[in-house]
Design a protein around this ligand. Structure first.
Ligand code: PMT
Length: 221
């Protein structure tokens, strides 16, 4: 059996949600469990890659034979991703990073008051966009979690974030997206090609993503 072209490549994978603190007991987050990203990290390690898994808070056990880095907020994820970027050959960004964080983080627990509460939010750094700008030799793979106009938004992210490939999932479909053991994805390549897959386990989805990345490494795509 031929070794994979990904053998000995350094692959950084991000997974899971981020948590954006409101006060010491509350935070903003999303439904990501890390299943998709951990499956990719595990399959990449099987192929002989050096895997760095940067993960937000999840209840999963990190796969064997990966360098595991645990983070909490979008900012922490940004710092760790940037730290490992130069030494990475391939980056796969399956994490569900918060787009907004509370502008002020209260040091003490916020007390209930009468009436409504307004929490002002500000944008977090778009990590993937920064990676796209700073790209040297790296192969950059993004995800797109959409509920509508999946192809249009995925292609737009592929272009504006300077990616080589994007994995789109319609997160409003049953059996796709957040928290499920399966996913339904379409892969878009930079050259305009796209491949639509049926519902598969996240392990199988991880395998097809890595197969498409192998083609990029080999110069076929
Ligand atoms: O973890 P699971 O429960 O298994 O669920 C899997 C998943 C639904 C989280 C996964 O399949 C998925 O779609 N991940 C991407 C989620 C997401 O944040 O998508 P997005 O379309 O909002 O972002 C587009 C891309 O930009 C993503 O690669 C994301 O990592 C990246 N991004 C987004 C915001 C930000 N501030 N920085 C980023 O890098």
């Amino acid at each position: 059996l031929q070794p994979s072209p990904l053998k000995d490549k350094t692959i950084m994978v991000t997974a899971g949600p981020t948590r954006e603190k409101i006060d010491p007991v509350r935070f903003l987050t999303n439904h990501s469990t890390g299943k998709m990203g951990y499956a990719i990290a595990k399959e990449a390690a099987h192929l002989g890659a050096n895997v760095i898994l940067i993960s937000g808070p999840t209840s999963l056990t990190p796969p064997n034979h990966v360098t595991f880095i645990s983070v909490e907020s979008a900012h922490e994820m940004y710092e760790k991703v940037m730290h490992f970027y130069k030494s990475s050959d391939i980056v796969i960004k399956s994490a569900a990073v918060a787009d907004y964080k509370p502008k002020n983080v209260y040091e003490q627990k916020m007390k209930k008051k009468n009436g409504d509460l307004i929490i002002e939010l500000e944008r977090t750094t778009d990590i993937l966009k920064e990676l796209g700008k700073a790209k040297e030799k790296q192969i950059l793979i993004g995800f797109a979690a959409e509920t509508n106009d999946v192809e249009k938004y995925a292609r737009k992210k592929l272009e504006t974030k300077n990616l080589d490939m994007i994995v789109a999932n319609n997160v409003s479909q049953n059996g796709a997206g957040f928290a499920t053991d399966t996913n339904i994805v379409t892969i878009f390549h930079k050259n305009g090609e796209s491949i639509k897959y049926p519902q598969m386990s996240k392990k199988e989805v991880a395998k097809v993503i890595l197969k498409e990345i192998e083609k990029i490494v080999e110069g076929v795509k």
